[in-house]
Ligand binder design. Sequence first.
Ligand code: GRF
Length: 197
Amino acid sequence: MGKRLVVLASGHGSNAQALFDRDDLGGDVAAVVADVAEARVLHRAEAAGIEALCVDRHAYGDRSEWEAALVEAVAHRTPDLVILAGFMRILSGAFVRRWPTLNVHPSLLPSFPGAHAVEDALAHGVKLTGVTVHFVVEEVDAGPIVMQEAVGVEPDDTPETLHNRLKAVEHRLLPAAVGLFCADRLDVVGRNVRIKP
Ligand code: GRF
C-alpha cells in the first residue's frame, strides 16, 4: 500500500511542487500544512487537488501552543512520513520522534546549517556546496543523511543564482529520497542511513 505523506512548508513551495508532480513516489501527499497564511505553497496544493491548511504561527502566542495545534493537524492526517519542504520553523523533539521526518537543506551538511545556508556558503568562499536530504532530529540540520549532491560555486554567483542551481538539484533529490522511504529501502543505523537494494 502507498504511504501517506504530509508536507510542511512555509513559502514558495517549489520542492512541494516537485513532489506533487510525481506519480511514482510510492505514496501520496495527503495534505500540505503551512505556518504562514500567505505561503504560496497553499495555492500550489489547492491547484494540485491536495488538502491545504495553515496552522498560523502568528495566531498563537506560545510556541508550544502552536506546535500542539500543528501536531493535532498532522496527526489527523495519519502520515507515514512528514516532509519538511522549506519549513522555516524548528520542531520539538517530541514532534520529530513521533513521525519519521525528512528535510531538504541547501548545503552539504554538516557545513552551513541554519536558515542562511546559501549566503553562508558564499560568504565563506567555498568552491563546492550542495544539497542534503536528511532525517530530522531535535538538533537543527543534524539528523542522519539520506542523500547528498554537490553543486559548484561560480565566481560571479549571487545568493539567488546559486540558490536557483541548488533548487534544481533539490527538486530531484527530495522526491528520490521520499521514493526510497516509500519503498521501505531506508535503514537508519545510528547516524548512517543504508539504502537497501
Ligand atoms: C529550499 O532551498 C530548501 O532547501 C530550504 O528552503 C527552500 C525552500 O524552497 N529549506 P521552496 O519553498 O521549496 O521553493
